[in-house]
Design a protein around this ligand. Structure first.
Ligand code: 4AD
Ligand code: MG
Length: 442
């Protein structure tokens, strides 16, 4: 028998009425007269154990008294259904074996400040809500691979050490690379485009970096991004692919992580709306009109801030795609047009063929993407306008020289997606070890 084939709390229903050994840790304990309650965790969940005089070894009572929070234990007893208990099952303990006694544990059930908890992130992840959010994260990752796999995409890994920028030069992390300078990747997109021309439809899945001095609840300096890129796909197709992905994620989380969502007190009715799809698609110009009507007007050409994104979410009560943004706030690689829905422009167009998905309830931009410029001369001009060094982009320009086709893709931010699905307000709790402007440890 494989050692991980043993009893785990998440499979308690398969062991109803059986005697098993739970290998785990003390979550907490309490006594009520002659009965002792031991809350145990094993990584897959929490279970209440009950010690009754006469039902368990005398020695176990002595062990119970010695146990401290997070002490390691092997507890044997009978599993029985108990609807009033966490998880619906409990254990009638027959014996307790102590594996190791924990020193006084720094995290108690009382309230701690976030700063303290962040310094103890290596222990904090054992706490229920953190544990639940990271379980949802793992499930979301799995569901993303599943979605693309079902559509025949192949995973195409982009490098992390790169010689050039993708999303502008202001947020690059520089590093020494032997005799030259390199940057931590901001996005795998440019490499993803090479993959699309070689394999038709690909997606990258990896860490990306932004030296962004934004201390908001939506910004990490290191975050994970999923970037599909598809040959012969236009902007419309891009939004379809993005909507399909996001609703598949919501569906999976609702089905597979219901317990965790309950623990996190997530309003699941909101996720049912996401699962149903049918996300509105509006142009930037239409979005501006809505914002004006709501007293949040901005001059044409400006990017949305958090209040604008929140207002758009409120307007529709659903995630909404905003497309055709002003080219002046977009990266060099977008296809552009002079008029809304007009033909592609060779000079700098007014509109970029972009599409951002804005999540409701202030979770902000979840997806950013669009259709790429496929004309080599136009792209060369844009690289100059953005004051980038053309020599660094020769391999990228080659895609436009050798069998250029219309193509599109997008990037989905994993942590923002997890925050939204779980209802956790800040992205720092959606990744095991967040990297923020002022957080590099542990
Ligand atoms: O909109 P962005 O910057 O788009 C790109 O990087 C494109 N190259 C993607 C593509 O077309 N292949 O980033 C995409 C998404 C955002 O919508 C957001 O969800 C997430 O990545 N994101 C961040 N998440 C956490 N912290 C940050 N600092 C983020 N910056 C972007
Ligand atoms: Mg963006």
């Amino acid at each position: 028998m494989l050692s991980f084939d043993r009893f785990f709390i998440e499979n308690a229903d398969r062991f109803d009425g059986q005697s098993v050994t739970l290998k785990g840790w003390v979550y907490n304990k309490r006594s009520s007269g002659k009965i002792k309650f031991l809350m145990m965790r094993d990584g897959t969940g929490i279970m209440q154990g009950i010690l009754f005089k006469g039902e368990c070894e005398e020695q176990s009572f002595e062990e119970f008294e010695k146990l401290t929070q997070e002490s390691a234990i092997e507890v044997t007893g009978k599993i029985r259904k108990e609807p009033r208990s966490v998880g619906g099952y409990e254990m009638g303990i027959s014996s307790i074996k102590t594996v190791s006694i924990a020193e006084p544990y720094p995290i108690s059930p009382k309230d701690h400040g976030v700063e303290f908890l962040m310094q103890h992130r290596h222990l904090w992840i054992r706490s229920q809500k953190q544990w639940a959010a990271l379980r949802v994260r793992a499930e979301i990752i799995r569901s993303i691979h599943e979605y693309f796999d079902n559509l025949g995409f192949i995973q195409f890994d982009a490098p992390i050490l790169t010689p050039n920028s993708c999303e502008g030069t202001s947020t690059l992390f520089k590093t020494d690379y032997f005799e030259e300078e390199a940057f931590l990747t901001q996005s795998g997109q440019l490499y993803g485009e090479t993959g699309a021309m070689a394999f038709g439809k690909v997606y990258t899945f990896g860490p990306t970096f932004r030296a962004e001095k934004s201390a908001t609840r939506k910004h990490l300096t290191e975050f994970w991004m999923i970037e599909p890129e598809v040959a012969y796909m236009d902007l419309e197709g891009n939004m379809e692919l993005g909507e399909g992905l996001v609703s598949h994620i919501a569906k999976t989380v609702l089905e597979k992580r219901a317990k965790e969502l309950t623990l996190l007190e997530r309003d699941v009715a909101k996720l049912e709306v996401v699962k149903a799809g049918g996300f509105p698609r509006i142009s930037y110009d239409e979005a501006l009109k809505i914002l004006e009507k709501r007293g949040l007007g901005i001059p044409w050409g400006e990017d949305f801030g958090a209040p604008h994104e929140t207002a758009l979410g409120e307007e529709f009560g659903k995630p909404v795609f905003v497309h055709h943004m002003p080219s002046q706030i977009k990266a060099f690689y977008f296809k552009q047009s002079d008029s809304l829905f007009g033909p592609a422009s060779e000079t700098t167009g007014k509109y970029a063929f972009g599409c951002d998905l804005i999540a409701p309830d202030g979770y902000g931009e979840i997806i950013g993407g669009g259709q790429r410029e496929e004309n080599v001369a136009v792209l060369q001009r844009r690289i100059k306008e953005h004051e980038l060094n053309e020599a660094d982009y020769q391999w990228y320009l080659d895609l436009r020289r050798f069998g250029s086709v219309p193509h599109s893709g997008f990037g989905l931010g994993l942590e923002r997606t997890v925050a939204w699905m779980t209802g956790v307000p800040h992205v720092r709790e959606t990744v095991p070890y967040p990297r923020l402007m002022n957080t590099l440890r542990p």
